[in-house]
Design a protein around this ligand. Structure first.
Ligand SMILES: Cc1ncc(COP(=O)(O)O)c(C=O)c1O
Length: 381
């Protein structure tokens, strides 16, 4: 038996999504750019998918562009707004995903100034500080802030940030990779310029994502080539991925409330069980405030056994994560945990849930944690 509690890293693909994709794989091999019948059929599948995504976020069809995932979409928003829209200054936070932080780092430091907002011990930004930063400069500014943090779950109020950006004429990019399909998102309110989504985080296939670009912003292609994606991204489209992404997002939006209720119940049950089983347990992020319901970052006191906690859990059939899933597969200290000044002497484990998890799985995890963590930490009744 395996218990998968790493749904912030990636999610299993839903069966109807696999069915929709395999149907396209076996039946629709036409190149969407070809003008013959096979090509036109593939093109219409992509345009249907675009319509589905646009409907889910209340965008116009012309504002949705398919990409290879969250990383590409975030790179595109940041690099194209600097290259094409005259952005000279970026305001961001130290707890953004590496694809945002490294994209910003790659920019010419002489051409673009970067200001980092402070985050508090729960990973929250301070809106007053954002306003101070926005007031302080006349330069064309891009604010890049994620909706929910992938390691600790802390949620930022995108409506409030969007309003401030609008008030001071700044562009607003938000990484909604963790919240897309989990929270209602409505871009028609007009405060967001760029927003990004990644299919594999909402039970779709990997290697496919999208970017919403508000129609007031005119960008040049991010990948030069053919005229695909309305000339914004050259290259023959990943039609299976796009169809799968749209199906997965549609299912996530249709079932949003019941999935959320189920996951919230599981998470609360897990918190209750953890606090009653262990005396010295802490939770990172804004877990009792504005936090993504699917993410729980648990901080255990250090002991020789907790050092190897992830490995021991894995051996016992439980998959969790030390922070974000990192590309090397090695456990490294996390920039998020460092930024919120979490006690370096404690061990953070991220558990992240999906609607497929069950209460019995939580009971099993608690039982195994009790067997791994030293007795002195367990509550003695
Ligand atoms: C918040 C956030 N942004 C961006 C990404 C990157 O998305 P992708 O894996 O589709 O490149 C991730 C994935 O871990 C993420 O959690």
């Amino acid at each position: 038996m395996r218990i998968y509690l790493d749904n912030a890293a990636t999610t299993p693909i839903e069966t109807p999504v696999i069915e929709a994709m395999t149907k396209v794989m076996s039946e629709n091999y036409g190149n969407p750019s070809s003008i013959h019948s096979e090509g036109r059929k593939s093109r219409s599948l992509i345009e249907e998918a675009r319509k589905t995504v646009a409907n889910c976020i209340n965008a116009s069809i012309g504002e949705v562009f398919f990409t290879s995932g969250g990383t590409e979409s975030n790179n595109m928003a940041i690099k194209c707004s600097v290259r094409d829209l005259g952005v000279k200054r970026i305001i961001t936070s130290p707890i953004e995903h590496h694809c945002v932080l490294h994209a910003i780092e790659s920019l010419d430091a002489d051409a673009v100034a970067v200001d980092f907002l402070e985050v508090d011990f729960k990973g929250r930004i301070n809106l007053d500080q954002l306003e101070e930063f926005l007031v302080a400069s006349d330069e064309k500014t891009l604010v890049s802030l994620m909706h929910a943090n992938n390691e600790i779950g802390t949620i930022m109020d995108i409506d409030q940030v969007g309003e401030l950006c609008q008030k001071y004429g700044a562009l607003f990019h938000t990484d909604t990779v963790q919240t897309m399909g989990y929270y209602p998102i409505d871009v028609s309110k007009g405060k967001i310029n760029f927003l990004t989504g990644s299919s594999h985080k909402f039970h779709g296939p990997k290697g496919c994502g999208f970017i919403y670009i508000n129609s007031n912003n005119s960008l040049k292609p991010f990948i030069d080539g053919g005229a695909q994606e309305r000339n914004m991204r050259g290259g023959t489209e990943n039609i299976y991925g796009i169809v799968g992404l749209a199906k997965a997002l549609q299912l996530s939006c249709e079932n949003m409330q019941q999935r959320a209720e189920h996951i919230i119940e599981l998470k609360n049950y897990f918190i209750k069980k953890l606090t009653s089983s262990f005396s010295d347990i802490k939770f990172s992020g804004d877990y009792d405030g504005l936090s993504h319901f699917k993410i729980l970052s648990v901080s255990f006191p250090t002991s020789p056994k907790s050092e190897l906690l992830l490995l021991n859990l894995d051996i016992l059939g439980i998959s969790a994560s030390g922070g974000s899933a990192c590309s090397s597969g090695a456990e490294k200290s996390s920039h998020v945990i460092t930024a919120i000044k979490s006690d370096p002497d404690r061990k953070n484990i991220r558990f992240s849930f999906s609607h497929h998890n069950k209460k019995e799985e939580i009971d099993y995890v608690i039982e195994k944690l009790e067997s791994i963590i030293p007795e002195k930490v367990a509550v003695t009744q």
